[in-house]
Ligand binder design. Structure first.
Ligand SMILES: C[S@@+](CC[C@H](N)C(=O)[O-])C[C@H]1O[C@@H](n2cnc3c(N)ncnc32)[C@H](O)[C@@H]1O
Length: 276
């Protein structure tokens, strides 16, 4: 197993990370939200990202086969299944998250539409041309081999199928890459993708641009909002999340907000289509 895959698995399986994301992020989603006002609840803003991404997809019809790469607690999968009748396969590395996904999916009566697989998105075992949509939210940042992830994603897409994802990225041009080190340190990363990298890679794989949206301001708002929530509700986390984790997370979030203000980061939606 690649070191980055093991690092991500250990991190997301840890009690601290699981409790932090469940309690502060809202319990279903772990991704950047869409905010109209900076003080919207994190859970509500996070749901908006899912709904907005879904609204872009032309192939999202009842019975559509969707693959969610790095599915976390499965919030998006349940939305796509419940609201659109999609059949969603969640592929995710964290056994702890998959267990919660299984439980929430059963509680919401969606087990017939959602399958949960344990595994790494660098090694997709699904047959060629088996999905109408490949979906991912804020997960590719963890990979040490994003080209391989996209190559596999393109392989499993049916002709005419769509890939849509968000990712916290670095800006296309960063003069001093060392300035990103504090950003990498928050969740043990070794690099970040960029809009330019993803567009170049998807184009080289023969996919067609279906429209990308840069919304870096939302990343800045989201991390500032999570930091504020963590400070306000710190007392509630006592006994659930270690002090050391909370301190490290507060520092990390401060660094991400600072890097966003300095123009070092990017975030948004990348949407491509496999020629049909
Ligand atoms: C920030 S969370 C996002 C979770 C989910 N997409 C969401 O938006 O709620 C990143 C997710 O990527 C998963 N992940 C990280 N590296 C992975 C890999 N190599 N293969 C599969 N999943 C991975 C983690 O387990 C975690 O659930």
């Amino acid at each position: 197993m690649q070191a980055a895959v093991k690092t991500a698995e250990t991190y997301y399986d840890s009690h601290d990370a699981d409790r932090f994301y469940a309690l502060i992020w809202g319990g279903e989603d772990i991704h950047v939200g869409l905010y109209e006002a900076g003080d919207s609840p994190i859970r509500e803003a996070s749901r908006k990202t899912v709904a907005h991404m879904a609204s872009r997809l032309t192939g999202l019809k009842p019975g559509a086969r969707v693959l969610d790469l790095g599915a976390g607690y499965g919030g998006a999968a349940r939305y796509l299944a419940r609201e659109h009748g999609a059949h969603v396969t969640c592929l995710n590395l964290s056994g702890v998250e998959n267990a919660r996904n299984t439980q929430l999916t059963a509680e919401q009566g969606l087990s017939d539409l959602i399958m949960i697989d344990h595994g790494a998105f660098e090694d997709l075992g699904y047959p060629d041309a088996s999905f109408d949509i490949v979906w991912s939210q804020d997960a590719f940042l963890h990979s040490a081999d994003r080209e391989r992830v996209l190559k596999n994603a393109a392989r499993v897409l049916k002709p005419g199928g769509e890939i849509i994802f968000t990712d916290p990225m670095q800006a296309d041009i960063v003069d001093d890459p060392a300035a990103l080190q504090p950003v990498y340190d928050r969740i043990h990363l070794s690099s970040l993708g960029s809009f330019a990298f993803y567009r170049r890679t998807l184009q080289a794989l023969g996919l067609e641009d279906a429209g990308c949206e840069a919304m870096t301001g939302q990343l800045r708002t989201h991390y500032a909002r999570v930091r504020e929530e963590l400070l306000t509700r710190r007392g509630e986390l006592k006994g659930e999340v270690s002090e050391a984790y909370v301190e490290r997370m507060l520092d990390g979030l401060t660094n991400w907000v600072k890097a966003a203000d300095e123009g070092l980061l990017a975030w948004g939606i990348i949407h491509y289509r496999k020629p049909g």
